[in-house]
Write a protein that binds this ligand. Structure first.
Ligand SMILES: Nc1nc2c(ncn2[C@@H]2O[C@H](COP(=O)(O)OP(=O)(O)OP(=O)(O)O)[C@@H](O)[C@H]2O)c(=O)[nH]1
Ligand SMILES: [Mg+2]
Length: 331
């Protein structure tokens, strides 16, 4: 049974320990998660915006196809700057018929994504090194949920994972992460409520080193990108996490796709502050603003590495540019 397989420990590591500092929450086991969902299906609302363009087929006029492409891009929250740039380069390629416009748009989008070819998630395999992935972002974007999903995915790939509950502002945040650690079948380290998040991260990494864990996933508190003291705190967490045996190999900025263009401002600030290595775009399901992936990649040069497509444990997929482009403009 899949569920039982998930609960078994790996590589002889100790069974997941209950969270320190509070009684473990008893969570009813989740039903077996379904296979990862198809991106096209979950991108239904964003895909819908491109339906008029796709429907023009061979019969319509090229001018109508440009208009339909522009409208779809703007409504999908690609943003004015990137939309104008895409449309003008489409025109330069002089496509023949609406079908040509559609194909040329697919090519332009593929070019944007080809600028950021490395979407890998790094784990340093050197002896005595614990890789650390920090999950950062503003409030409520989906950080904790993403940590849970990533924990399961990495565990299934054979990594031995420890979660660090560095959101010490709210006691409920630790409980929420404890539930995810149980669902994903990985251990959790949490400090006392209100304790310094950097010290929780430090302790978690020491513990991971002692246990021989490969990877520590750090769930940080949501923070506004404009709050200087909170961003400074994040810098400190990063510095501490880089002390041996810790090595920060990913700083993953979680963005909420439903916020569209607003996500760009967040991404700029977090990148400046803590050196984001990749974006997780959560809540791509159920929003028509999925086009924001495009300016994140084109204007900020940040690779979208993972996308969240639902609230369940399995609702996380690696970002596949070809599947994304196909979902928008494919037949
Ligand atoms: N539909 C959908 N909902 C999601 C996804 N990811 C997270 N959510 C929901 O978004 C809400 C917030 O998620 P959290 O993981 O608590 O967000 P957070 O960033 O940790 O929030 P703070 O810790 O308060 O800053 C929850 O209701 C999640 O179920 C997703 O990919 N799709
Ligand atoms: Mg959280």
């Amino acid at each position: 049974m899949v569920l039982r397989r998930r609960r078994r420990t790996q590589q002889g590591e100790p069974a997941p320990e209950p969270a320190t500092g509070s009684a473990p929450t008893s969570t009813p086991p989740e039903p077996t998660p379904p296979a990862p969902p198809a991106l096209r299906e979950r991108l239904g609302r964003t895909r819908g915006l491109f339906a008029p363009l796709r429907a023009l087929g061979a019969r319509g006029e090229v001018a109508a196809a440009y208009d339909a492409a522009e409208e779809a891009l703007l409504r999908a929250d690609v943003g004015v700057e990137t939309t104008q740039s895409l449309i003008s380069s489409l025109r330069q390629s002089r496509p023949v018929g609406p079908g040509g416009v559609l194909a040329a748009l697919a090519d332009r989008l593929a070019e944007v994504f080809a600028e950021n070819p490395d979407r890998s998630l790094r784990v340093e395999r050197a002896p005595g090194v614990v890789s650390v992935w920090l999950f950062v972002g503003v409030n409520g974007v989906g950080k904790t949920t993403t940590v849970g999903k990533v924990a399961l995915a990495r565990r299934e790939q054979g990594d031995s994972v420890l979660l660090a509950a560095a959101d010490t502002f709210r006691a409920a945040a630790g409980d929420q992460l404890a539930q995810w650690s149980e669902r994903a079948g990985v251990a959790l380290h949490r400090g006392a409520p209100g304790s310094d998040p950097s010290s929780v991260v430090f302790d978690a990494i020491q513990r991971a080193g002692a246990r021989g864990n490969d990877l520590v996933l750090v769930d940080t508190a949501g923070r506004l990108h404009t709050k200087v003291n909170l961003i400074e705190e994040l810098r400190k967490i990063r510095r501490v996490a880089d002390r041996p045996p810790g090595r920060v190999t990913e700083v993953l900025l979680v963005l909420d796709a439903t916020t569209g263009q607003n996500a760009l401002a967040q991404a700029r600030q977090f990148t400046e502050a803590v050196g984001v290595t990749g974006v997780v775009l959560a809540k791509l399901d159920g929003t028509a603003k999925g086009g924001v992936v495009i300016p994140i990649e084109r204007q900020l040069g940040l690779p979208v590495k993972l996308v969240g497509v639902g609230e369940g444990l399995a609702d996380l997929v690696p970002f596949d540019p070809a599947a994304f482009v196909d979902a928008l403009v494919g037949a």
